[in-house]
Design a protein around this ligand. Structure first.
Ligand code: ZN
Length: 163
């Protein structure tokens, strides 16, 4: 990690950021209880959580049912617009290319994510879709409460292997 990024991260980790990431983690725990890969997300608009969701890929049998995708769908419905330009997304794991793409399409302002997804992450791991020159730029803060997010995932997959 570059030093610049490190400084950005620290200045971004305000108590508010923790509060919203904690809410996303709470969603991730709901996913775990339903035997879904524990990833959770919230969408924040004008300092309020307007949408919460967790990964439901198995129960919906839908490839788009990732936590942040579902949360953004809910947020758009609530706002009554596909434009989420004043919204921030908090998600416990690095978004995939589909979700990162949806963030560009919906004009999300800031993205905060927890742990990296080395195999499928599209915001810095496999590639960085949000650093390509699209028509919309999203400010990204990674590593927010990453340890908590990763612990959840680790224990989920450990239990899965033991079954
Ligand atoms: Zn995704």
């Amino acid at each position: 990690m570059s030093q610049d990024l490190d400084i950005t991260m620290k200045s971004q980790e305000s108590p508010k950021n923790y509060k919203y990431m904690k809410a996303a983690l709470k969603e991730a725990r709901k996913a775990e209880l339903e035997n879904e890969v524990p990833v959770g997300a919230v969408v924040v608009y004008q300092d309020k959580i307007i949408a919460r969701a967790y990964n439901k890929r198995e129960q919906m049998q839908s490839f788009h049912a990732h936590a942040e995708f579902l949360a953004m769908m809910k947020a758009a419905k609530k706002i009554g617009s596909w434009r989420l330009e004043d919204c921030d997304v908090y998600v416990t794991m690095e978004p995939c290319q589909m979700c990162a793409g949806a963030m560009i399409q919906s004009r999300i302002k800031n993205l905060y994510y927890g742990t990296k997804d080395p195999k499928a992450g599209a915001v810095g791991s496999v590639l960085n879709l949000l650093e390509t020159p699209f028509n919309h730029h999203i400010h990204v803060v990674s590593g927010l409460m990453a340890e908590e997010s990763q612990d959840l995932l680790k224990s989920f997959f450990k239990k899965l292997r033991e079954k």
